[in-house]
Design a protein. Sequence first.
Length: 107
Amino acid sequence: MRSTAELLDGLALALALAGLGTFVGRATLEVRLADLELQVAERQRELAEAEVVSQVNGRLIRMLAKAAAERNDAALRDLLARHGVTFTVAPAPVGAGRPVAAPDGEP
């Protein structure tokens, strides 16, 4: 039969190993969490950049549509149409000299 001291030593060893396992597990989780946080930050940066590019694309499309309408440029209108951009020319308001072009589906 084991003595009380041996049982306490075994218990102390088991608790020490459990503590070590907990420490290693927590450290592993913290490293994984930090990695995930970096991934999320990178995705947020990519989304912010995509939003800026989208705004620039919209402005460019509106400018090209306006130029096509003002110059009655069939080649530019065809180029826009090949890329899925169609627009209608609104009649010029009374007193204004040029028509206004707005890509379809946009205000």
